[in-house]
Design a protein around this ligand. Structure first.
Ligand code: NAD
Length: 489
């Protein structure tokens, strides 16, 4: 251990950007920085202001232009929680930073600390790797009729490849044994199907790591019931958003977890909790969430041995029953301490390892290669039809079909009408509920659609008195259907 420390102390300092945030932020940041500095972290820190003080100057995303320069320069951001003002057009700083700097992976380790923090899952120790940019989080939404709104779910091959590769590389670098993928590809065969397909392809490149796939509903149930069955989990954005909170909660305390947002240009490390304004300025807050964020940062910048030293001292402190108010429990805890005293207790234990909890071991000098290798699209793309969506209140499928079939359709054939994805014509079921949002599928019967055909069909719909709210092209790729069938088709 001492030899490792000497190596670190002689190492070059890594530039990082630090924001102390709002509420309890400054206290937990001070405590975190004290511990990791004492543990031997070699950091050259630049401080930026974010959050309330910036929002109050009318800057709606909570961060000044000059701060971006610091983030681009250091590429590493240790961030305390901030208070997001309610309403008034203010935007979430986290979302802004994540999206602007292309942070594609969210990583959240969740491990229980039984019996020191009570949990129903004493053996839980998993890491959720969540895709961070795609899925429904593009926020591309439209209201199209009186009754119907839509949100676009986008999943790309490079986006899926990068996150899946990250999960396998993370597992290998951190000597984890299994990567599990959650999707809902029994329903979303194209979007989640692509994520699952990419997972299967990339898993073959990591024969040393076990892999498996679960449908997200039963997988989530299993994770909530038997989390020790999982090791590293990788999933699209929405499932990851929900399940990473579930996973943190069932460890016993959401207040102890940290997370990393990883990008090619900049990565951000933080606690998962907020700024807890009611606890601010009282030396009460638990710094452990931000501290865990800082451990992920140290590992990311190649100071894994410092992270290991600090983490083991922290485990020893928890084990010794030195607890802040949020995890203090009569009969289990020995001493209730404030933020500063907790940090001092961890510092006193640097160099020690836990006696009962498992000591942690961090990757040293692990190189992670998450470059995207898959070739670009090479399949032959053919345009074979179009879905024309119409706003038609009080509609009746037979009546709509009659009117559409009377239009000059340029050789295209109306093959199906669906309502919210369920076939209603031909031979619809009388029990199906009809909203005012209908999709008319027009197909070429194997021939290629030209842009001109599309324009002529749309003109015919408009001239025929239909309110066209959107269209979707129907394509085949090397002959394989690139669109879903309606339910019941
Ligand atoms: P919160 O996580 O700040 O607090 C919820 C409760 O958890 C607090 O009342 C407190 O009792 C407890 N708590 C949280 N962190 C603690 C800690 N370190 N030590 C001890 N107890 C702790 O959630 P909230 O009250 O919903 O949000 C407060 C503010 O934080 C809001 O403005 C919200 O927008 C913001 N927020 C910021 C982030 C972020 O910056 N990443 C994340 C979530 C919420």
């Amino acid at each position: 251990m001492e030899r490792l420390l000497v190596v670190t102390l002689t190492a070059k300092k890594t530039p990082i950007t630090v924001a102390y945030g709002d509420g309890i932020g400054p206290e937990i940041m001070d405590a975190t920085l004290r511990i990791i500095t004492e543990a031997g972290a070699q950091l050259d820190m630049e401080r930026i202001e974010i959050g309330e003080s910036i929002y109050s100057r009318g800057i709606t995303n909570g961060i000044e232009d000059s701060s971006w320069d610091s983030l681009r320069r250091t590429k590493v951001f240790l961030k305390a929680p901030i208070t997001t003002p309610q309403g008034g057009g203010f935007k979430s700083l986290n979302v802004t930073v994540r999206k602007t700097l292309g942070m594609y992976a969210n990583v959240r380790p969740c491990a229980s600390l039984h019996p020191y923090v009570s949990t129903k899952h004493p053996k839980m120790n998993l890491v959720i790797v969540r895709e961070n940019e795609e899925d429904v989080y593009g926020g591309i939404e439209h209201r199209q009729t009186q009754q119907v709104t839509q949100c676009l779910k986008l999943i790309s091959r490079p986006g899926s490849e990068r996150i899946v590769r990250y999960a396998f590389e993370y597992a290998r670098a951190n000597t984890r044994k299994k990567v599990t993928c959650f999707t809902k590809d029994n329903i979303m065969k194209l979007t989640d199907g692509l994520f699952h397909k990419v997972f299967d392809e990339i898993a073959k490149e990591y024969p040393d790591i076990e892999n498996e796939h679960w449908i997200v509903d039963i997988g989530a149930a299993k994770m909530a019931d038997t989390p020790e069955a999982f090791d590293v989990l990788v999933m699209p954005n929405l499932y990851g958003d929900v399940l990473s909170d579930v996973a943190a909660q069932i460890t016993g305390s959401v207040g102890l977890a940290g997370s990393a947002n990883i990008g090619d240009h900049c990565s951000m490390f933080e606690a998962i909790h907020g700024s807890a304004p009611r606890r601010a300025g009282q030396n009460l807050a638990n710094p452990s969430g931000l501290f865990h964020g800082a451990l992920l940062m140290l590992s990311h910048i190649g100071q894994g041995e410092v992270a290991e030293r600090a983490h083991n001292a922290w485990l020893r402190t928890i084990e010794d029953g030195i607890h802040t108010y949020d995890i203090y429990k009569e009969g289990v805890s020995k001493e209730k301490v404030g933020t500063k005293e907790f940090a001092s207790a961890v510092i006193e234990r640097l160099g020690q390892v836990p006696q009962h909890l498992a000591p942690v071991e961090y990757a040293k000098d692990a190189q992670m290669d998450v470059s995207i290798r898959a070739a670009g699209p090479s399949a032959e793309k053919k345009h074979v039809g179009i879905d024309v969506f119409i706003d038609f209140p009080g509609g009746d499928p037979d009546a709509i079909a009659g009117r559409v079939n009377a239009l000059p359709l340029e050789g295209a054939k109306l093959t199906v009408i669906s309502n919210r994805g369920t076939k209603v014509w031909p031979n619809g079921n009388p029990d199906t509920f009809w909203s005012d949002h209908w999709s008319c599928r027009l197909e070429s019967g194997g021939g290629d659609f030209s842009g001109k055909t599309v324009v002529q069909i749309l003109a015919a719909f408009c001239m025929g008195g239909f309110d066209v709210v959107k269209t979707e092209g129907l394509y085949t790729f090397d002959g394989a259907r690139g669109y879903s069938l309606a339910q019941g088709e």
